[in-house]
Structure formats: structure tokens, C-alpha cells
Design a protein around this ligand. Sequence first.
Ligand code: GDP
Ligand code: MG
Length: 147
Amino acid sequence: MERTFLMVKPDGVQRGLIGRIVSRFEDKGFKLVAGKLVQASEDQAKRHYAEHEGKPFFDELVSFITSGPVFAMVWEGDDVITLSRTVIGKTKVTEALPGTIRGDFAAHTPFNLIHGSDGPESAEREIANFFDLHELADYSKSISPWI
Ligand code: GDP
Ligand code: MG
């Protein structure tokens, strides 16, 4: 069982897409263990995107992600890191296929609606950057043997 950090970016919140984005992961069969609307601080945003520090779009990315509230979530499931990135779609909107969140809803690359962790270490780091352990729900779903 794996955990990942997913975050509806400010564009997704402003466009009223939180519900539809959450539904995609519920439909897939993942388990939501935490979720909250949060205004990320500049330091928090820089920590979140630390791997991109020094790149030409870094400052733009930090100011975008702090431009309004984000909907931060933790999801659980087998291979949830890889599978959720498949549901999300490619980074570049020109490559994001229909049926993915970005393919269906995003029209410009920086405004690609949602973040998903790209590996177990980044997932752990990103979860800790937005959540305290006590905010993660510990529960089981009776439908899980069927997923
Ligand atoms: P992701 O893991 O698919 O979100 O993509 P990356 O980790 O490579 O990039 C992080 C975020 O930076 C992306 O989701 C985009 O919002 C933004 N981004 C990536 N590449 C570019 C770029 O070339 N220009 C701009 N302005 N933003 C970019
Ligand atoms: Mg990334």
C-alpha cells in the first residue's frame, strides 16, 4: 500500500474543479486519507518545488502556486503514485491525452490544474510539507477487496 500527495492548484480551485478532480481518484478506487484547502506560504511552495529551483520557470511557478488557495490531499492505494500520474496526464498540455485530467481540462502548461508526487521519497516529503500525521485518517473501506 502506497501513499501520494495530490494537490489541486489555484487554477483548479478558481475554476471550480475540485469536486470533479477528486471524483476521478474516487472513481479509480483510491482511498482519500486527508484533504484541506490551504494558502501555501512562499517558503512552503519553494520547499514543495525544490527540485525545480534554478530553472527559468521556478519563480513563476512559486508565485502561481501561492496565488490562491490549493486543495491539498493524501491518497492511498496500490501503486497510487504511478497510477495517479496516469490519471493526471502529461505535464505539457500539448501532450496530455484526452481522458486525463490535464488532457480534458488544461489549456496552458503552467496552469495544468493538479500536482502529483513522482516517487515514494517525494511523496513522503510533500505530505510532510502540508500535513501533520494526525491529519491523516486511519480507516478501511469495505469495498477494497473488489478494487
Ligand atoms: P509535473 O510533475 O507533471 O507537475 O511536472 P514537473 O514536476 O516537471 O513541473 C512542475 C510544474 O511546473 C508543472 O506541473 C507546471 O505547472 C510547471 N512547469 C513545468 N514545465 C514548465 C515550463 O516549461 N514553463 C512553465 N511556465 N511552467 C512549467
Ligand atoms: Mg513534478
